[in-house]
Design a protein around this ligand. Structure first.
Ligand SMILES: [Zn+2]
Length: 206
């Protein structure tokens, strides 16, 4: 456990929970690659910011994460799930064969999650609810895996794109009418990428 405060400024630009989770690595596959999830406290902070864990649950989880062994195992599962989602969705984007181990791991998480989903009685109808004991660390992964499964089984999958900036690698939903969104975020990657291309053109003209 480090004493560093967990991150609190994650970005949610993908338009889909599971992709925002996959995007918790900055500058993917580039020499500057930077993992934003370094402790399980980071995962809890991400989940709280994503709105899938309440403040009260997050407090209990942070307490549970003080158990180093448990937190380490949970972090390993979280990162494995994240990479599984990234690899499977990337395969869809690149029209490559499905990667076997990531699909296996996602299915395993879905199996764990499936048994924890219960119907909660509401006023007019029922809703799905996650039935995790308070402070259950891995329960964060269930809605993420569920969202990935829903994406992978829907037509929305064809709307996933990878950011055009060559050092980014983030995935996002392109819900524009003519499927023209190129960057995860214009103000960040879009401008950086345009500037890079401009200087390349200038250099080429010299
Ligand atoms: Zn980007």
């Amino acid at each position: 456990m480090t004493d560093a405060a967990p991150k609190s400024d994650f970005q949610f630009v993908a338009g889909r929970l599971c992709l925002d989770f996959a995007n918790t690595v900055d500058y993917r596959n580039s020499p500057q690659e930077l993992d934003q999830l370094n402790t399980y406290e980071d995962v809890i902070a991400w989940a709280e910011q994503a709105g899938i864990v309440s403040e009260a649950d997050a407090r209990k989880m942070k307490q549970a994460a003080k158990n180093g062994m448990r937190a380490e195992t949970a972090l390993r599962h979280a990162l494995t799930l994240r990479e599984a989602i990234y690899e499977i969705v990337s395969a869809a984007v690149n029209r490559e064969p499905w990667p076997e181990m990531p699909v296996h791991f996602l299915n395993r998480t879905l199996r764990d999650a499936g048994g924890q989903r219960i119907l909660a009685a509401g006023k007019d109808r029922f809703t799905w609810k996650w039935n995790a004991p308070a402070g259950h660390l891995e329960s964060i992964l269930w809605p993420v895996a569920q969202d990935a499964a829903e994406l992978l089984t829907s037509d929305e999958l064809s709307r996933v794109h990878k950011c055009s900036a060559e050092d980014c690698g983030w995935l996002f939903m392109d819900r524009s009418k003519n499927q023209s969104r190129r960057w995860c975020e214009m103000k960040n990657c879009g401008n950086r990428d345009k500037a890079r291309r401009y200087y390349e053109r200038v250099r080429a003209a010299d």
